[in-house]
Ligand binder design. Structure first.
Ligand code: PLP
Length: 368
């Protein structure tokens, strides 16, 4: 163990071997489509500077971030042959930054297309981009009328060669949701107008909707990081993240004693309470108060009392005192407790658990 890990309050482990294995699995699921990677939000909290190069080593060359600044930070860590796409497109007036940093925008509105077109004119060369169209989610991408205006103006297609026509699915994790077929139909109709342009529709879950949804490029994020892509089905991905927190102290409480802020838990019989040094400031969501469990070896220990900023209290009754000493590690995420299960106990999704992970953890990357 690294000396800093030996005293760290909590240890976040990111298994880059498992990440790479997940990438290979998804690429295989995607058939003939290219497999890109969504590495926005610091690779869903796992660290884009480590995740990006690990995926590049597997041959990934299409990376998606949300913000321009994420792209600027990531670009130097990737091979020159990799393309970094910025999902939000150029912030107003920042088009030039994309050229300076070797980034490619996803253009989502006629306004962004016009601004990018002006830059291409002033540089007197075509500037490729991804064009995103709205196929029904009403979030990002050209609404139908703007898509028509774009297609109607031949100058745009000349100055901005589309690398991909792109859209995004709203309900892909629910395989029988009628929205999937509806979005696919709208996307295909638009695509017929530009049959020579490559296309991209699927996120992680979209890959598992089958070949019709895969087109030329898929853009998984969550599944790379071990989150289950299909609602109600077994998770075929390997876990990538583990989180272990340290016991700070242990006490026995009696019937009628209380635990934590607001005394939301009271004992009805003697209980062994251990305090662990992870709290909501570490992204251990307060909504899990009195709901989730952590693991001590094979034993589930329920979280009792309200989650504090820097600590949680767990009911470790029945677990050997030897195993509850100050400094001992307990498993918050790991082989006994999947990210998706943690999310369920917090009333949220695995995405939010990962992207909430704090900066206070000692981070350990496994890479063989
Ligand atoms: C975040 C994002 C993805 C990746 O989605 P996952 O569900 O994490 O696989 C793909 N495309 C777009 C446009 C996104 O915003």
């Amino acid at each position: 163990m690294h000396p800093q890990a030996a005293h760290a309050g909590a240890i976040l482990t990111v298994d880059l071997d498992a990440l790479r294995s997940n990438y290979r699995f998804l690429r295989q699921q995607a058939g003939s489509a290219i497999c890109g990677a969504a590495v926005k939000a610091d690779a869903y909290g796992l660290g884009a500077e480590r995740v990006g190069p690990a995926l590049a080593a597997e041959g990934c060359r299409h990376f998606f971030v949300a913000h321009l600044d994420e792209g600027i930070a990531l670009r130097p860590h990737l091979p020159a042959t990799a393309q970094v796409f910025v999902l939000h497109g150029p912030p107003v007036g920042a088009e030039q930054e994309f050229i300076a940093h070797g980034l490619i925008p996803v253009l989502n509105s006629l306004q962004q297309i016009q601004a990018w077109h002006m830059l291409a004119e002033s540089l007197q060369r075509p500037l490729p981009a991804i064009i995103q169209v709205d196929s029904g989610m009403s979030r990002m991408g050209l609404p139908a009328a703007e898509a028509e205006a774009w297609l109607a103006d031949p100058r745009f297609l000349q100055s901005i060669p589309p690398l991909f026509l792109m859209s995004h699915l709203a309900c892909a994790e629910h395989q029988n949701h009628p929205m999937n077929a509806s979005q696919l139909a709208r996307f295909k109709t638009l695509r017929q107008r530009l049959p020579q342009v490559a296309a991209s529709l699927a996120n992680s879950s979209g890959i598992f909707l089958g070949p019709d949804y895969q087109f030329d490029l898929v853009r998984p994020g969550a599944a790379l990081y071990g989150i289950a892509p299909v609602a109600g089905a077994a998770n075929p991905l390997q876990p990538v993240v583990a989180l272990h927190g340290r016991i700070l102290q242990t006490r026995t409480i009696q019937r009628g004693d209380h635990v934590g802020y607001g005394i939301s838990y009271s004992a009805t019989e003697p209980r062994q309470i251990a305090t662990v040094g992870v709290g909501y400031a570490d992204g251990w969501l307060r909504s899990m108060s009195n709901r989730g469990v952590v693991f001590i070896d094979d034993h589930a220990a329920p979280m009792v009392g309200t989650i504090s900023m820097d600590s949680i209290t767990i009911d470790a009754t029945g677990i050997a005192a030897q195993r509850l000493q100050a400094g001992a590690l307990v498993e918050l995420i790991g082989p006994h407790r999947a990210v998706d299960e943690v999310a369920h106990s917090a009333g949220t999704i695995g995405y939010e658990i990962l992207t909430s992970l704090g900066n206070r953890y000692y981070r350990e990357y496994i890479e063989s």
